[in-house]
Design a protein around this ligand. Structure first.
Ligand SMILES: [Fe+2]
Ligand SMILES: [Fe+2]
Length: 268
């Protein structure tokens, strides 16, 4: 069993935020969530922020202004061309470490909480049903060798389709990361756990967006693509959005998790 101290730090992790509906829900609820739970640090996945497709500086700033500290990304990272230039200018953005070392941006970042703790965030993308990327296990080892020793927590966003691959990463990082969590499927899982050596794990945080949809997209167009096999454009669903997020309490002296709690705020 690992040692623990009495000091605690609270990290709120938000999954894929889908378009205006997701951003609007966060505008209504995120400041009070931070306040109510005395959250020290907030991470969200920004790959669907701009109408479902990628991130722009403008929509990212909406989240940063609400208290989000770091935005991770995924397979939609380059959907907005402007982000290609912008990503290198701001180290609050990370994109999957295993895209390729030639891609713009960075695979991990370290940001500070208001209480002066340094928190590392690593972003990875899966290889199963996700396209062809470098090995996420090699990439996470590379990130760990580069991250300074003085960080108080290490968060890993494993953006992936296959639950098994995400679980593999959870166990691979047990005792090394504070929280390994999945994004990308837009469906929350209720398998949150703290592993034997102290790493919190959840297969998918779930989408913050409208669930009157097919993974955040309007039903009609998505169904036409499936049923009639027509080349319909996907459009972000509007309407009331649910927030799904996970709150992890971490002992900064060990970087390990002591508590994990799922949060759901239904549409209002
Ligand atoms: Fe997504
Ligand atoms: Fe994705």
């Amino acid at each position: 069993m690992y040692e623990t101290s009495l000091e605690r730090m609270k990290v709120l992790v938000i999954g894929d935020v889908l378009g205006q509906a997701g951003r609007r829900a966060l505008k209504s609820h995120l400041p009070s969530l931070i306040d109510m739970h005395q959250v020290d640090f907030v991470v969200a996945n920004g790959e669907n922020l701009a109408h479902g497709f990628g991130t722009t500086e403008k929509v990212a700033d909406e989240l940063f202004n609400l208290g989000v500290n770091v935005l991770t990304n995924g397979n939609h990272c380059w959907d907005q061309r402007s982000f290609l230039e912008h990503i290198d200018e701001d180290d609050r953005y990370v994109r999957p470490m295993n895209f390729t070392r030639f891609a713009p941006g960075r695979g991990w970042t370290v940001q500070e909480t208001t209480t002066g703790h340094k928190i590392a965030v690593i972003n990875l993308i899966g290889q199963v049903f996700m396209g062809s990327w470098d090995c996420p296990f090699e990439a996470v080892d590379q990130a760990m060798s580069e991250i300074p020793d003085d960080v108080s927590a290490i968060l890993v966003d494993m953006h992936a389709e296959a639950t098994s691959e995400k679980m593999g990463m959870g166990w691979y990082m047990d005792g090394r990361a504070s929280f390994v969590y999945g994004t990308h499927t837009h469906v929350p899982t209720c398998d949150e756990v703290i592993h034997a050596s102290g790493t919190a794990y959840q297969s998918d945080i779930g989408m913050t967006g409208s669930y009157q949809s097919i993974i955040g997209m309007k039903v009609e167009g998505a169904l036409r693509r499936m049923v009639q096999r027509l080349p319909e454009r996907f459009e972000a669903a509007e309407g009331g959005a649910s927030i799904f997020a996970t709150l992890v309490t971490i002992d900064p002296s060990t970087r390990m998790a002591v508590e994990i709690e799922r949060i759901h705020i239904p549409p209002t």
